[in-house]
Design a protein around this ligand. Structure first.
Ligand SMILES: Cc1ncc(COP(=O)(O)O)c(C=O)c1O
Length: 400
């Protein structure tokens, strides 16, 4: 089919829940994708932080095709070697002692919320969760209850027991923790959907100190920033702290649906047979993909690469900001999650749509921010190409 035909058929048969680009993608390789008409794009959306190894990485393709020929699905009534192996690698490379696999980010947060409540129930009947007001934790009703209000409209009543506080400020958390019924604080180390919001350097350390003092759990949602995106395997490693629970998804499966929540033994032991489960979570295909992802990140030095490419990208974006002071308000990032904040939503929308037209895939976030999520394999060549396109779009906007 042509792009036009696919777009027409989508409009006819799919629920209208996405503001989609008028592009039908057909093929991907490394940092690039092609649409059905053969137009090439540099992909700095990466499925929204999913394709951290780029598209169709040979290690993932090999692992998944091999697994499909061996065993595609069994129930969690049985043990699966690849599931145990991926859990071991995650545990060996994190704070955690135990892992539960599921299928998506929102499902990981649902499970994490349930685990926190199970722990809280056994520790003084606590059930409330403190979260950041403008965060994004997912679309199912539990995760949605901890998410930015604008996504909640039309779906009330949500789950009770959630207390929203401003992100990046410690006093409101301190106040919220005076409620003895709070069992956990749930935060993103960097807010992706809210426009690449990076809190002050000691924020997580301050929150950790408070949660320890109040004997409350710290849950980190690393669904967008985990698996190497910030230049560390997990973003919390930048801040010298460890959470009690962490959620993962997106890049964990390298393009195959896969989510997980991880916890310390002290917390995880409150999950016993029958209290939580999933049919497809931990599926052998997803586990094989996950093993290929984590091994490739480690063996190919992609953490250092993400850190150095990210620093280079940020430096070049800072020069763009300097060249266009009337258009760009701020540039920020950590590793390969970066944002260019424009002075108005109109400028931002125009910049993103011109960039896409010129072959750079990027997303408009929170109306003013161009979010850039290159694959961890991107280097100076791809970043220079993106910078040239962004520079050109701003040159045109400045002259318009
Ligand atoms: C930080 C964060 N948490 C949770 C989610 C939800 O993940 P999923 O779309 O896989 O349910 C997202 C998705 O964008 C996210 O960025």
């Amino acid at each position: 089919m042509s792009s036009e035909e696919t777009i027409a058929e989508s409009g006819e048969y799919l629920m209208n829940t996405y503001g989609r680009y008028p592009i039908a993608l057909a093929r991907g390789k490394g940092c690039r994708v092609w649409d059905e008409d053969g137009k090439e794009y540099l992909d700095f959306i990466t499925g929204i932080a999913v394709n951290n190894l780029g598209h169709c990485h040979p290690n993932i393709v090999r692992a998944v095709t091999g697994q499909c020929k061996t065993l595609m699905q069994v129930s969690n009534l049985f043990h699966v070697e690849k599931q145990a192996e991926l859990a071991r690698l995650l545990v060996e490379n994190s704070f955690a002692d135990k892992v539960f696999f599921c299928n998506s980010g929102t499902e990981a947060n649902e499970g994490a919320i349930k685990l926190a409540r199970k722990w809280g129930g056994a520790n003084g009947g606590r059930y409330k969760i403190v979260h950041a007001r403008d965060s994004f934790h997912g679309r199912t009703l539990g995760a949605l209850s901890a998410t930015n209000k604008k996504y909640q409209a039309g779906f009330k009543p949500l789950l009770p027991g959630f207390k929203a506080v401003p992100y990046g400020k410690i006093e409101p958390i301190e106040k919220a923790l005076s409620d003895e019924k709070v069992c956990a604080v749930l935060l993103e180390p960097i807010q992706g959907e809210n426009g690449v919001v990076i809190p002050y350097e000691n924020y997580l350390r301050d929150v950790r100190r408070l949660t320890r003092k109040k004997k409350v759990l710290l849950m980190l949602d690393e669904i967008q920033v985990g698996m190497g995106r910030t230049g560390k395997l997990f973003a919390y490693e930048h801040y010298g702290i460890e959470p009690d629970i962490m959620t993962l998804a997106k890049a964990l499966g390298g393009g195959i649906p896969c989510g997980a929540f991880l916890a310390t033994d002290r917390v995880a032991r409150h999950f016993t047979p029958g209290v939580h489960g999933t049919t497809l979570g931990g599926n052998p295909i997803a586990m094989s993909a996950g093993l290929a992802v984590i091994r490739t990140i480690m063996e190919d030095g992609l953490l250092d690469r993400a850190a150095s490419s990210g620093a280079y990208f940020l430096e070049r974006l800072a020069a763009i900001k300097e060249a266009h002071p009337g258009l760009v308000k701020d540039v920020r990032g950590k590793g390969l999650i970066l944002g260019v904040e424009f002075k108005s939503p109109g400028i931002a929308k125009d910049a993103v749509s011109r960039a896409v037209g010129k072959g750079l895939l990027t997303i408009l976030t929170e109306q003013r921010v161009m979010r850039l999520l290159p694959p961890l394999i991107a280097g100076e060549k791809e970043i220079d190409e993106a910078i040239e396109i962004i520079g050109e779009t701003l040159g045109e906007a400045g002259n318009a």
